[in-house]
Design a binder for this molecule. Structure first.
Ligand SMILES: Nc1nc2c(ncn2[C@@H]2O[C@H](COP(=O)(O)OP(=O)(O)OP(=O)(O)O)[C@@H](O)[C@H]2O)c(=O)[nH]1
Ligand SMILES: [Mg+2]
Length: 264
């Protein structure tokens, strides 16, 4: 590999996958095809014990991936596939993926098609420019477009409000999938939530670190239950438990920074 490749920044996209037969290939293609000419891209797929045939497809894909330990140079893409032998939840799948991530920057990417990888450049820019250490993509700022189904929107707003109350942050979308971190920030967190408690847990953990966090608008195409949405009210209750368990307003050290585009 030419020497300049070793100095190229790498983005690791960590994709938890559970029973996403209809979407994972299309999603992977979208992540592979986002134009990111100046940095390398590592895509980490974590099969979370799928039972619908997704796991078998991912095994075939893993065999075709080639050297999974390779560090990608500028404009290059490489993939890694990791398997859970049983279903453990999104949070557990992310911990597994984070442990495999070699990138300087790490982003969470769901395996459905609700979030658009074309938003990566916008999320990345403040991290590469040294303006923020963590960037959340918000579905709920004026620049974000469609907000998804009303029930989910209201639940997300309530959870974000409670999270802000306990962390002292002023986020507009705590539950967003699009969380992008400098990897060294992620390494300072010790995470334990196996399921959707990950979102409030990681947010509270970040709030306690001496880092800068900002939000940028993203697009969002919420799927319905018929289209495969699995999250439910029990996950909402668990999120509230985690908000109060991990949030400690008095221990906030993180600063929120204004990033361009949020109020457009
Ligand atoms: N539901 C569920 N998803 C999992 C699990 N393990 C990994 N995942 C993955 O986690 C991601 C999010 O799951 P979804 O069911 O789409 O829930 P959601 O989209 O976060 O719900 P919203 O926050 O309302 O958008 C998807 O990529 C799933 O494939 C699991 O045990 N259950
Ligand atoms: Mg989803």
């Amino acid at each position: 590999m030419p020497p300049q490749d070793e100095n190229t920044a790498v983005l690791s996209a960590v994709i938890p996958v559970y029973n996403e037969l209809d979407t994972w290939r299309e999603l992977l293609a979208r992540v592979e095809n986002v134009p990111l000419p100046d940095i390398g891209r590592q895509i980490i797929l974590v099969d979370d014990g799928s039972t619908d045939g997704t796991g078998e497809q991912l095994r075939e894909f893993a065999d075709a991936c080639g050297d999974q330990g390779r560090r990608p140079g500028a404009g290059q893409v490489c993939c890694k596939v990791v398997f859970h032998d049983r279903n453990r939840g999104k949070g557990a799948a992310l911990r597994t993926g984070f442990a495999s991530a070699d990138g300087d920057v790490v982003v969470v990417q769901d395996a459905d098609l609700e979030y658009d990888p074309n938003d990566y450049p916008r999320l990345l820019a403040p991290l590469l420019a040294g303006e923020a250490d963590v960037v959340y993509g918000t579905r709920f700022s004026p620049g974000s477009g469609r907000k998804g189904y009303l029930g989910n929107y209201l639940a997300n707003k309530l959870l974000t409000w409670l999270s802000n109350l306990t962390t002292g942050l002023k986020l507009s979308d705590m539950e967003t999938c699009y969380k992008m971190f400098r990897r060294d920030v992620l390494r300072q967190l010790s995470l334990e939530q196996d399921r959707f408690g990950f979102e409030p847990e990681v947010t509270a953990g970040i709030a306690r670190l001496d880092i800068r966090i900002g939000e940028v608008p993203i697009s969002y195409h919420g799927r319905s239950r018929r289209e495969g949405k699995k999250i439910g009210w029990k996950d909402g209750v668990q999120a509230i438990r985690c908000i109060f368990r991990y949030g400690r307003r008095s221990r906030r050290r993180a600063k929120m920074v204004e990033l361009p585009g949020k109020d457009d």
